[in-house]
Design a protein around this ligand. Sequence first.
Ligand code: ADP
Ligand code: XUL
Length: 518
Amino acid sequence: MFLGFDSSTQSLTAVIINPQTGEIILQESVHFGNDLPQYKSPSGFIPGGKDGEVHSDPLMWLDALDLLLGRIKDQVDLSKIRMIAGSGQQHGSVYLDDSFEGRLAGLVISKSLSEQLKPAFTRATAPIWMDTSTGEQCAEITAALGGSDEVCARSGSIAIERFTGPQIRRFSKLDPEAYARTAHIHLVSSFMASVLAGKSVSIDYGDGAGMNLLNLEGLGWDTDLLEATAPDLDSKLSSPGAATTPQGPIAGYFVEKYGFSTDCQCALFTGDNPASLVGMGATDPGNIVISLGTSDTFFASMPGPKTDPNGYGHVFGNPIGGFMSLICFRNGSLAREALRDVHGLDWSAFEAPALDATADAAGKNLMLPFYGPEITPRFDFSQPVLQGSEKFETGDAALQVRALLEGQFMNMRLGSQWMEVQAERIRLTGGASKNNGIAQLVADVFQAPVERLDVSNSAALGAALIAAGAAGHDVSELQKTFCQASAGSQLQPNPALDQVYENSMPAFKDLLAGAMGA
Ligand code: ADP
Ligand code: XUL
Protein backbone atom coordinates (compact mmCIF):
# COMPACT_ATOMS: atom_id res chain seq x y z
CA MET A 1 0.00 0.00 0.00
CA PHE A 2 1.09 3.59 -0.59
CA LEU A 3 0.41 6.64 1.55
CA GLY A 4 0.06 10.20 0.25
CA PHE A 5 -0.27 13.26 2.48
CA ASP A 6 -1.48 16.73 1.56
CA SER A 7 -0.47 19.45 4.01
CA SER A 8 -2.70 22.22 2.72
CA THR A 9 -3.69 25.63 4.05
CA GLN A 10 -6.63 24.43 6.12
CA SER A 11 -6.05 20.72 6.70
CA LEU A 12 -3.73 17.73 6.62
CA THR A 13 -5.12 14.82 4.59
CA ALA A 14 -3.94 11.23 4.12
CA VAL A 15 -4.94 8.94 1.24
CA ILE A 16 -3.86 5.28 1.13
CA ILE A 17 -4.09 3.26 -2.07
CA ASN A 18 -3.65 -0.39 -2.95
CA PRO A 19 -2.49 -0.65 -6.59
CA GLN A 20 -3.05 -4.44 -6.61
CA THR A 21 -6.77 -4.15 -5.95
CA GLY A 22 -7.21 -0.65 -7.41
CA GLU A 23 -8.80 0.47 -4.14
CA ILE A 24 -8.56 3.70 -2.19
CA ILE A 25 -8.18 2.18 1.29
CA LEU A 26 -8.51 5.34 3.33
CA GLN A 27 -9.12 9.10 3.11
CA GLU A 28 -8.82 10.93 6.43
CA SER A 29 -8.21 14.58 7.34
CA VAL A 30 -7.35 16.75 10.31
CA HIS A 31 -8.85 20.23 10.01
CA PHE A 32 -6.53 22.76 11.64
CA GLY A 33 -9.29 25.18 12.65
CA ASN A 34 -11.66 22.58 14.13
CA ASP A 35 -9.24 19.94 15.44
CA LEU A 36 -6.47 22.18 16.77
CA PRO A 37 -8.34 25.26 18.06
CA GLN A 38 -5.47 26.10 20.45
CA TYR A 39 -3.58 27.54 17.45
CA LYS A 40 -6.32 30.15 16.95
CA SER A 41 -6.13 29.68 13.17
CA PRO A 42 -9.70 28.95 12.08
CA SER A 43 -8.71 29.02 8.39
CA GLY A 44 -5.22 27.61 8.87
CA PHE A 45 -3.35 30.90 9.26
CA ILE A 46 -2.94 33.41 12.09
CA PRO A 47 -5.49 36.19 11.51
CA GLY A 48 -4.62 39.88 11.75
CA GLY A 49 -1.17 39.91 10.12
CA LYS A 50 0.26 43.39 9.47
CA ASP A 51 1.51 44.90 6.19
CA GLY A 52 0.16 42.02 4.11
CA GLU A 53 1.80 39.33 6.26
CA VAL A 54 -0.02 35.99 6.42
CA HIS A 55 1.73 33.41 8.61
CA SER A 56 0.96 29.96 10.03
CA ASP A 57 2.39 28.15 13.04
CA PRO A 58 4.47 25.19 11.84
CA LEU A 59 3.98 23.48 15.23
CA MET A 60 0.31 23.19 14.21
CA TRP A 61 1.34 21.15 11.15
CA LEU A 62 3.42 18.84 13.40
CA ASP A 63 0.56 18.36 15.87
CA ALA A 64 -1.72 17.62 12.91
CA LEU A 65 0.67 14.88 11.75
CA ASP A 66 0.67 13.21 15.20
CA LEU A 67 -3.13 13.58 15.43
CA LEU A 68 -3.80 12.20 11.94
CA LEU A 69 -1.49 9.19 12.35
CA GLY A 70 -3.01 8.51 15.77
CA ARG A 71 -6.42 8.39 14.10
CA ILE A 72 -5.51 6.20 11.17
CA LYS A 73 -3.31 3.67 12.95
CA ASP A 74 -6.45 1.97 14.30
CA GLN A 75 -8.15 1.95 10.87
CA VAL A 76 -5.31 0.59 8.70
CA ASP A 77 -2.34 -1.68 9.34
CA LEU A 78 0.36 0.92 8.68
CA SER A 79 3.06 -1.81 8.57
CA LYS A 80 1.76 -2.57 5.04
CA ILE A 81 2.79 0.88 3.70
CA ARG A 82 5.81 0.52 1.40
CA MET A 83 6.39 4.15 0.43
CA ILE A 84 5.16 7.58 1.54
CA ALA A 85 5.04 10.78 -0.51
CA GLY A 86 3.15 14.01 -0.04
CA SER A 87 2.30 17.51 -1.08
CA GLY A 88 2.10 20.86 0.62
CA GLN A 89 0.56 24.26 0.07
CA GLN A 90 3.08 25.95 -2.21
CA HIS A 91 5.57 28.76 -1.47
CA GLY A 92 5.40 28.77 2.40
CA SER A 93 8.72 28.56 4.24
CA VAL A 94 10.07 27.19 7.54
CA TYR A 95 13.32 28.38 9.22
CA LEU A 96 15.41 26.03 11.41
CA ASP A 97 18.75 26.12 13.20
CA ASP A 98 21.60 23.60 13.09
CA SER A 99 20.02 21.46 15.83
CA PHE A 100 17.19 20.39 13.47
CA GLU A 101 18.76 17.21 12.12
CA GLY A 102 20.06 16.13 15.55
CA ARG A 103 16.60 16.59 17.02
CA LEU A 104 15.04 14.60 14.18
CA ALA A 105 17.52 11.77 14.69
CA GLY A 106 16.82 11.69 18.44
CA LEU A 107 12.99 11.78 18.49
CA VAL A 108 11.43 9.80 21.37
CA ILE A 109 7.84 8.54 21.35
CA SER A 110 7.01 9.72 24.87
CA LYS A 111 6.79 13.29 23.56
CA SER A 112 5.07 14.93 20.60
CA LEU A 113 6.85 16.09 17.44
CA SER A 114 6.04 19.72 18.20
CA GLU A 115 7.46 19.56 21.75
CA GLN A 116 10.71 18.05 20.52
CA LEU A 117 11.24 20.22 17.44
CA LYS A 118 10.08 23.58 18.83
CA PRO A 119 13.55 24.72 20.00
CA ALA A 120 14.93 24.29 16.44
CA PHE A 121 12.86 27.09 14.86
CA THR A 122 14.71 30.36 14.22
CA ARG A 123 11.44 31.96 13.11
CA ALA A 124 8.39 31.01 15.16
CA THR A 125 5.92 31.37 12.31
CA ALA A 126 5.99 30.52 8.61
CA PRO A 127 4.94 32.96 5.87
CA ILE A 128 2.48 31.22 3.52
CA TRP A 129 1.21 31.73 -0.04
CA MET A 130 -1.41 34.30 0.99
CA ASP A 131 1.31 36.70 2.17
CA THR A 132 1.65 39.89 0.08
CA SER A 133 4.22 41.73 2.21
CA THR A 134 7.19 41.49 -0.16
CA GLY A 135 6.57 44.04 -2.93
CA GLU A 136 9.83 45.83 -2.11
CA GLN A 137 11.85 42.60 -2.12
CA CYS A 138 10.34 41.57 -5.48
CA ALA A 139 11.42 44.91 -6.95
CA GLU A 140 14.96 44.52 -5.54
CA ILE A 141 15.38 40.97 -6.87
CA THR A 142 14.03 42.04 -10.27
CA ALA A 143 16.39 45.01 -10.42
CA ALA A 144 19.40 42.89 -9.43
CA LEU A 145 18.69 40.44 -12.27
CA GLY A 146 18.13 43.22 -14.79
CA GLY A 147 14.36 42.94 -15.21
CA SER A 148 11.29 40.74 -14.93
CA ASP A 149 11.97 38.97 -18.22
CA GLU A 150 15.24 37.64 -16.88
CA VAL A 151 13.73 36.43 -13.58
CA CYS A 152 10.92 34.74 -15.53
CA ALA A 153 13.22 33.16 -18.12
CA ARG A 154 15.33 31.60 -15.36
CA SER A 155 12.78 30.66 -12.69
CA GLY A 156 9.53 30.27 -14.68
CA SER A 157 7.80 33.22 -13.01
CA ILE A 158 8.46 36.92 -12.54
CA ALA A 159 9.26 37.85 -8.90
CA ILE A 160 5.96 37.24 -7.07
CA GLU A 161 5.05 38.47 -3.56
CA ARG A 162 3.97 35.06 -2.26
CA PHE A 163 6.96 33.16 -3.70
CA THR A 164 9.59 31.90 -1.26
CA GLY A 165 12.66 33.83 -2.47
CA PRO A 166 11.16 37.28 -1.82
CA GLN A 167 9.84 35.97 1.52
CA ILE A 168 13.33 34.78 2.52
CA ARG A 169 14.82 38.15 1.52
CA ARG A 170 12.33 39.98 3.74
CA PHE A 171 13.23 37.80 6.74
CA SER A 172 16.96 38.29 6.16
CA LYS A 173 16.41 42.07 6.23
CA LEU A 174 13.93 42.16 9.14
CA ASP A 175 15.91 39.86 11.44
CA PRO A 176 19.49 39.41 10.17
CA GLU A 177 20.59 37.78 13.43
CA ALA A 178 17.91 35.05 13.28
CA TYR A 179 18.55 34.63 9.56
CA ALA A 180 22.26 34.07 10.27
CA ARG A 181 21.39 31.37 12.84
CA THR A 182 19.17 29.62 10.26
CA ALA A 183 20.86 26.48 8.96
CA HIS A 184 17.90 25.05 6.98
CA ILE A 185 15.14 26.80 5.04
CA HIS A 186 12.42 24.37 3.98
CA LEU A 187 9.19 24.66 2.05
CA VAL A 188 6.08 23.33 3.80
CA SER A 189 6.46 20.28 1.56
CA SER A 190 10.14 19.55 2.22
CA PHE A 191 9.72 20.32 5.94
CA MET A 192 7.02 17.67 6.35
CA ALA A 193 9.01 15.21 4.23
CA SER A 194 12.09 15.82 6.40
CA VAL A 195 10.19 15.10 9.61
CA LEU A 196 8.93 11.78 8.23
CA ALA A 197 12.36 10.78 6.92
CA GLY A 198 14.10 11.87 10.14
CA LYS A 199 16.61 14.04 8.26
CA SER A 200 16.69 17.14 6.08
CA VAL A 201 15.61 15.98 2.58
CA SER A 202 15.56 17.54 -0.88
CA ILE A 203 13.16 20.16 -2.22
CA ASP A 204 11.35 18.69 -5.24
CA TYR A 205 11.36 20.37 -8.67
CA GLY A 206 7.57 20.83 -8.61
CA ASP A 207 7.41 22.94 -5.48
CA GLY A 208 10.99 24.26 -5.78
CA ALA A 209 9.94 26.08 -8.95
CA GLY A 210 7.59 28.21 -6.84
CA MET A 211 10.49 29.96 -5.08
CA ASN A 212 11.93 32.31 -7.76
CA LEU A 213 15.21 30.49 -7.05
CA LEU A 214 15.28 27.34 -9.19
CA ASN A 215 16.79 27.60 -12.66
CA LEU A 216 14.47 25.57 -14.85
CA GLU A 217 17.10 24.87 -17.51
CA GLY A 218 19.50 22.97 -15.27
CA LEU A 219 17.05 22.24 -12.41
CA GLY A 220 19.63 23.59 -9.94
CA TRP A 221 19.61 26.65 -7.67
CA ASP A 222 20.34 29.76 -9.76
CA THR A 223 23.49 31.41 -8.39
CA ASP A 224 22.45 34.94 -9.40
CA LEU A 225 18.95 34.57 -7.95
CA LEU A 226 20.40 33.16 -4.71
CA GLU A 227 22.77 36.11 -4.48
CA ALA A 228 20.03 38.66 -5.23
CA THR A 229 17.82 37.08 -2.54
CA ALA A 230 19.84 36.71 0.68
CA PRO A 231 23.40 36.10 1.96
CA ASP A 232 24.75 32.56 2.16
CA LEU A 233 21.44 31.13 0.93
CA ASP A 234 22.98 28.21 -0.95
CA SER A 235 24.16 26.59 2.31
CA LYS A 236 20.66 26.79 3.84
CA LEU A 237 18.74 25.07 1.03
CA SER A 238 18.67 21.33 0.38
CA SER A 239 19.56 20.25 -3.11
CA PRO A 240 16.61 20.05 -5.54
CA GLY A 241 15.43 16.58 -6.61
CA ALA A 242 12.68 14.60 -8.33
CA ALA A 243 9.61 13.86 -6.16
CA THR A 244 9.83 10.15 -6.93
CA THR A 245 13.36 9.77 -5.49
CA PRO A 246 13.34 7.56 -2.36
CA GLN A 247 15.15 9.32 0.50
CA GLY A 248 15.56 6.39 2.88
CA PRO A 249 13.45 4.70 5.57
CA ILE A 250 10.81 6.41 7.70
CA ALA A 251 12.10 7.73 11.07
CA GLY A 252 12.03 5.29 14.00
CA TYR A 253 9.57 7.58 15.82
CA PHE A 254 6.82 6.66 13.35
CA VAL A 255 7.70 2.95 13.41
CA GLU A 256 7.49 2.74 17.20
CA LYS A 257 4.56 5.10 17.72
CA TYR A 258 2.27 4.29 14.78
CA GLY A 259 3.33 0.84 13.60
CA PHE A 260 5.04 1.60 10.28
CA SER A 261 7.49 -1.03 9.05
CA THR A 262 11.22 -0.31 9.24
CA ASP A 263 11.19 -1.11 5.47
CA CYS A 264 8.77 1.74 4.71
CA GLN A 265 10.57 4.30 2.53
CA CYS A 266 9.97 8.04 2.16
CA ALA A 267 9.89 9.83 -1.19
CA LEU A 268 9.70 13.63 -1.45
CA PHE A 269 6.75 15.96 -0.97
CA THR A 270 5.81 18.22 -3.90
CA GLY A 271 3.45 21.24 -4.17
CA ASP A 272 -0.29 20.75 -3.92
CA ASN A 273 -0.88 21.88 -7.51
CA PRO A 274 1.75 19.56 -9.02
CA ALA A 275 0.34 16.70 -6.91
CA SER A 276 -3.19 17.56 -8.11
CA LEU A 277 -2.01 17.33 -11.71
CA VAL A 278 -1.07 13.70 -10.93
CA GLY A 279 -4.23 12.98 -8.91
CA MET A 280 -6.47 14.41 -11.65
CA GLY A 281 -4.84 12.03 -14.15
CA ALA A 282 -3.58 14.92 -16.23
CA THR A 283 0.19 14.40 -16.37
CA ASP A 284 0.21 13.56 -20.11
CA PRO A 285 0.24 16.40 -22.68
CA GLY A 286 -3.17 17.36 -24.08
CA ASN A 287 -4.96 17.03 -20.73
CA ILE A 288 -5.93 20.24 -19.04
CA VAL A 289 -7.27 20.76 -15.53
CA ILE A 290 -9.49 23.72 -14.79
CA SER A 291 -10.33 24.22 -11.13
CA LEU A 292 -13.37 26.44 -10.57
CA GLY A 293 -12.88 27.34 -6.89
CA THR A 294 -12.84 30.67 -5.10
CA SER A 295 -10.40 31.69 -7.82
CA ASP A 296 -10.15 29.70 -11.04
CA THR A 297 -6.90 27.95 -11.94
CA PHE A 298 -5.83 26.37 -15.19
CA PHE A 299 -3.02 23.85 -15.24
CA ALA A 300 -1.49 21.42 -17.65
CA SER A 301 1.71 19.49 -18.19
CA MET A 302 4.28 20.84 -20.64
CA PRO A 303 7.22 18.95 -22.16
CA GLY A 304 9.66 21.89 -21.78
CA PRO A 305 9.98 24.92 -19.49
CA LYS A 306 8.18 27.43 -21.74
CA THR A 307 7.42 30.71 -19.93
CA ASP A 308 4.54 33.17 -20.25
CA PRO A 309 5.83 36.22 -22.20
CA ASN A 310 3.27 38.34 -20.33
CA GLY A 311 4.57 37.17 -16.93
CA TYR A 312 1.13 36.14 -15.61
CA GLY A 313 1.51 32.34 -15.58
CA HIS A 314 3.93 30.14 -13.64
CA VAL A 315 5.99 27.11 -14.59
CA PHE A 316 6.45 24.36 -12.00
CA GLY A 317 8.02 20.90 -12.28
CA ASN A 318 5.66 18.03 -13.15
CA PRO A 319 6.31 15.38 -10.46
CA ILE A 320 6.19 12.67 -13.11
CA GLY A 321 8.79 14.42 -15.29
CA GLY A 322 8.83 17.52 -17.47
CA PHE A 323 6.99 20.67 -16.46
CA MET A 324 3.56 22.08 -15.82
CA SER A 325 1.96 25.49 -16.05
CA LEU A 326 -0.28 27.10 -13.51
CA ILE A 327 -2.37 30.14 -14.36
CA CYS A 328 -4.53 31.79 -11.73
CA PHE A 329 -7.68 33.83 -12.46
CA ARG A 330 -8.57 35.72 -9.32
CA ASN A 331 -12.12 36.69 -10.36
CA GLY A 332 -13.39 33.07 -10.69
CA SER A 333 -16.30 32.24 -8.39
CA LEU A 334 -15.97 35.71 -6.87
CA ALA A 335 -17.22 37.22 -10.16
CA ARG A 336 -19.87 34.52 -10.73
CA GLU A 337 -21.21 35.19 -7.25
CA ALA A 338 -21.10 38.98 -7.76
CA LEU A 339 -23.22 38.81 -10.93
CA ARG A 340 -25.57 36.28 -9.32
CA ASP A 341 -26.11 38.62 -6.38
CA VAL A 342 -26.45 41.82 -8.45
CA HIS A 343 -29.45 40.25 -10.20
CA GLY A 344 -30.77 38.38 -7.14
CA LEU A 345 -30.32 34.99 -8.91
CA ASP A 346 -29.35 31.54 -7.67
CA TRP A 347 -27.07 28.99 -9.34
CA SER A 348 -29.96 27.66 -11.44
CA ALA A 349 -29.48 30.75 -13.65
CA PHE A 350 -26.04 29.31 -14.54
CA GLU A 351 -27.39 25.80 -15.21
CA ALA A 352 -27.91 24.27 -18.65
CA PRO A 353 -31.67 24.98 -19.07
CA ALA A 354 -31.18 28.70 -18.34
CA LEU A 355 -28.16 28.97 -20.66
CA ASP A 356 -30.00 27.05 -23.41
CA ALA A 357 -32.63 29.80 -23.37
CA THR A 358 -30.00 32.33 -24.55
CA ALA A 359 -28.25 29.97 -27.00
CA ASP A 360 -28.95 32.32 -29.92
CA ALA A 361 -26.82 35.00 -28.26
CA ALA A 362 -23.70 32.78 -28.05
CA GLY A 363 -20.60 34.87 -28.70
CA LYS A 364 -22.64 37.98 -29.57
CA ASN A 365 -22.26 39.99 -26.34
CA LEU A 366 -18.88 40.56 -24.75
CA MET A 367 -18.11 41.02 -21.07
CA LEU A 368 -14.77 41.56 -19.36
CA PRO A 369 -15.75 39.49 -16.31
CA PHE A 370 -13.81 41.31 -13.60
CA TYR A 371 -15.33 42.78 -10.43
CA GLY A 372 -11.98 43.45 -8.76
CA PRO A 373 -8.20 43.26 -9.41
CA GLU A 374 -7.21 40.40 -11.71
CA ILE A 375 -4.00 38.35 -11.92
CA THR A 376 -4.48 37.12 -15.52
CA PRO A 377 -4.31 39.67 -17.00
CA ARG A 378 -2.69 41.61 -14.16
CA PHE A 379 -4.82 44.75 -13.89
CA ASP A 380 -6.77 46.62 -11.23
CA PHE A 381 -10.26 46.20 -12.66
CA SER A 382 -13.11 47.48 -10.50
CA GLN A 383 -16.18 46.52 -12.54
CA PRO A 384 -17.06 44.47 -15.63
CA VAL A 385 -16.93 46.06 -19.07
CA LEU A 386 -19.87 45.30 -21.41
CA GLN A 387 -20.10 45.55 -25.20
CA GLY A 388 -23.10 44.24 -27.11
CA SER A 389 -26.83 44.66 -27.69
CA GLU A 390 -28.78 47.36 -25.89
CA LYS A 391 -30.81 44.75 -24.04
CA PHE A 392 -27.58 43.16 -22.77
CA GLU A 393 -25.87 46.41 -21.85
CA THR A 394 -28.89 47.78 -20.02
CA GLY A 395 -29.04 44.83 -17.67
CA ASP A 396 -30.71 41.66 -19.07
CA ALA A 397 -29.71 39.11 -16.42
CA ALA A 398 -29.83 35.98 -18.61
CA LEU A 399 -27.72 37.56 -21.37
CA GLN A 400 -25.23 38.83 -18.80
CA VAL A 401 -24.82 35.40 -17.17
CA ARG A 402 -24.01 33.88 -20.57
CA ALA A 403 -21.60 36.70 -21.47
CA LEU A 404 -19.85 36.55 -18.07
CA LEU A 405 -19.16 32.83 -18.41
CA GLU A 406 -18.14 33.15 -22.07
CA GLY A 407 -15.86 36.06 -21.07
CA GLN A 408 -14.25 34.02 -18.26
CA PHE A 409 -13.47 31.09 -20.54
CA MET A 410 -12.38 33.24 -23.52
CA ASN A 411 -10.04 35.04 -21.10
CA MET A 412 -8.76 31.64 -19.98
CA ARG A 413 -8.19 30.63 -23.62
CA LEU A 414 -6.36 33.89 -24.23
CA GLY A 415 -4.34 33.69 -21.00
CA SER A 416 -3.18 30.13 -21.77
CA GLN A 417 -2.32 30.63 -25.47
CA TRP A 418 1.40 31.00 -24.71
CA MET A 419 1.48 27.34 -23.68
CA GLU A 420 0.54 26.24 -27.22
CA VAL A 421 -1.28 23.26 -25.73
CA GLN A 422 -4.11 21.84 -27.80
CA ALA A 423 -6.81 20.86 -25.29
CA GLU A 424 -7.83 17.27 -26.08
CA ARG A 425 -9.65 16.74 -22.81
CA ILE A 426 -10.46 19.08 -19.95
CA ARG A 427 -10.87 17.77 -16.44
CA LEU A 428 -12.90 20.10 -14.24
CA THR A 429 -12.72 20.30 -10.48
CA GLY A 430 -13.64 22.79 -7.73
CA GLY A 431 -16.99 23.93 -6.35
CA ALA A 432 -18.50 25.26 -9.60
CA SER A 433 -17.50 22.22 -11.68
CA LYS A 434 -20.63 20.31 -10.70
CA ASN A 435 -22.73 22.93 -12.53
CA ASN A 436 -23.54 21.39 -15.94
CA GLY A 437 -24.27 24.74 -17.58
CA ILE A 438 -20.88 26.14 -16.63
CA ALA A 439 -19.16 22.87 -17.58
CA GLN A 440 -20.87 22.88 -21.03
CA LEU A 441 -19.66 26.43 -21.71
CA VAL A 442 -16.09 25.36 -20.88
CA ALA A 443 -16.47 22.55 -23.45
CA ASP A 444 -17.94 24.93 -26.06
CA VAL A 445 -15.42 27.78 -25.66
CA PHE A 446 -12.41 25.42 -25.65
CA GLN A 447 -14.03 23.01 -28.16
CA ALA A 448 -12.87 20.05 -26.08
CA PRO A 449 -14.68 17.33 -24.13
CA VAL A 450 -15.07 18.02 -20.43
CA GLU A 451 -15.21 15.48 -17.62
CA ARG A 452 -15.30 15.40 -13.85
CA LEU A 453 -13.72 12.87 -11.46
CA ASP A 454 -14.91 11.17 -8.28
CA VAL A 455 -11.82 12.08 -6.23
CA SER A 456 -12.20 14.95 -3.82
CA ASN A 457 -8.64 14.85 -2.41
CA SER A 458 -6.82 15.10 -5.72
CA ALA A 459 -3.54 16.38 -4.19
CA ALA A 460 -3.30 13.61 -1.55
CA LEU A 461 -4.31 11.00 -4.14
CA GLY A 462 -1.65 12.40 -6.48
CA ALA A 463 0.88 12.08 -3.64
CA ALA A 464 -0.10 8.42 -3.08
CA LEU A 465 0.40 7.79 -6.82
CA ILE A 466 3.81 9.53 -6.64
CA ALA A 467 4.70 7.20 -3.74
CA ALA A 468 3.74 4.18 -5.87
CA GLY A 469 5.80 5.67 -8.73
CA ALA A 470 8.80 5.98 -6.40
CA ALA A 471 8.47 2.25 -5.66
CA GLY A 472 8.59 1.38 -9.36
CA HIS A 473 4.91 1.42 -10.39
CA ASP A 474 3.95 2.99 -13.72
CA VAL A 475 2.01 6.10 -12.66
CA SER A 476 0.26 6.48 -16.06
CA GLU A 477 -1.11 2.95 -15.69
CA LEU A 478 -2.28 3.61 -12.11
CA GLN A 479 -4.00 6.83 -13.22
CA LYS A 480 -6.22 4.73 -15.52
CA THR A 481 -7.58 3.00 -12.41
CA PHE A 482 -7.55 5.73 -9.79
CA CYS A 483 -8.36 8.84 -11.86
CA GLN A 484 -11.45 7.73 -13.80
CA ALA A 485 -14.12 10.17 -14.93
CA SER A 486 -17.26 9.69 -12.88
CA ALA A 487 -20.15 8.03 -14.68
CA GLY A 488 -22.25 10.48 -16.70
CA SER A 489 -19.89 13.41 -16.05
CA GLN A 490 -18.70 13.79 -19.65
CA LEU A 491 -19.90 16.64 -21.86
CA GLN A 492 -19.10 17.05 -25.56
CA PRO A 493 -18.51 20.46 -27.18
CA ASN A 494 -21.10 21.75 -29.63
CA PRO A 495 -19.16 21.87 -32.94
CA ALA A 496 -21.50 24.56 -34.31
CA LEU A 497 -19.98 26.97 -31.75
CA ASP A 498 -16.38 26.43 -32.85
CA GLN A 499 -16.44 29.26 -35.40
CA VAL A 500 -18.65 31.44 -33.19
CA TYR A 501 -16.04 31.66 -30.42
CA GLU A 502 -13.15 31.69 -32.87
CA ASN A 503 -14.72 34.87 -34.32
CA SER A 504 -15.42 36.45 -30.90
CA MET A 505 -11.87 35.98 -29.59
CA PRO A 506 -10.25 38.92 -31.50
CA ALA A 507 -13.05 41.30 -30.44
CA PHE A 508 -12.69 40.11 -26.81
CA LYS A 509 -8.92 40.67 -27.02
CA ASP A 510 -9.42 44.21 -28.37
CA LEU A 511 -11.92 45.04 -25.65
CA LEU A 512 -9.44 43.82 -23.03
CA ALA A 513 -6.54 45.77 -24.52
CA GLY A 514 -8.72 48.90 -24.65
CA ALA A 515 -9.78 48.57 -21.01
CA MET A 516 -6.22 48.00 -19.81
CA GLY A 517 -4.78 50.82 -21.90
CA ALA A 518 -7.37 53.31 -20.68
P1 ADP B 1 -11.99 26.66 -2.61
O1 ADP B 1 -11.33 25.32 -2.69
O2 ADP B 1 -11.29 27.74 -3.36
O3 ADP B 1 -12.36 27.06 -1.21
P2 ADP B 1 -14.27 25.33 -3.86
O4 ADP B 1 -13.57 24.56 -4.93
O5 ADP B 1 -14.80 24.60 -2.69
O6 ADP B 1 -13.40 26.56 -3.39
O7 ADP B 1 -15.47 26.13 -4.58
C1 ADP B 1 -16.34 26.95 -3.85
C2 ADP B 1 -17.12 27.84 -4.80
O8 ADP B 1 -17.91 27.04 -5.69
C3 ADP B 1 -18.12 28.70 -4.07
O9 ADP B 1 -17.51 29.92 -3.73
C4 ADP B 1 -19.24 28.89 -5.09
O10 ADP B 1 -19.12 30.14 -5.72
C5 ADP B 1 -19.01 27.81 -6.14
N1 ADP B 1 -20.19 26.94 -6.33
C6 ADP B 1 -20.71 26.04 -5.47
N2 ADP B 1 -21.79 25.44 -6.01
C7 ADP B 1 -21.99 25.98 -7.24
C8 ADP B 1 -22.94 25.78 -8.30
N3 ADP B 1 -23.93 24.90 -8.21
N4 ADP B 1 -22.78 26.52 -9.42
C9 ADP B 1 -21.79 27.41 -9.54
N5 ADP B 1 -20.86 27.64 -8.58
C10 ADP B 1 -20.96 26.93 -7.44
C1 XUL C 1 -0.23 28.38 -6.17
C2 XUL C 1 -0.71 28.87 -4.85
C3 XUL C 1 -1.75 28.11 -4.13
C4 XUL C 1 -1.13 27.29 -3.02
C5 XUL C 1 -2.15 26.87 -1.98
O1 XUL C 1 0.72 29.19 -6.76
O2 XUL C 1 -0.23 29.85 -4.34
O3 XUL C 1 -2.51 27.32 -5.01
O4 XUL C 1 -0.42 26.21 -3.53
O5 XUL C 1 -2.93 25.84 -2.32
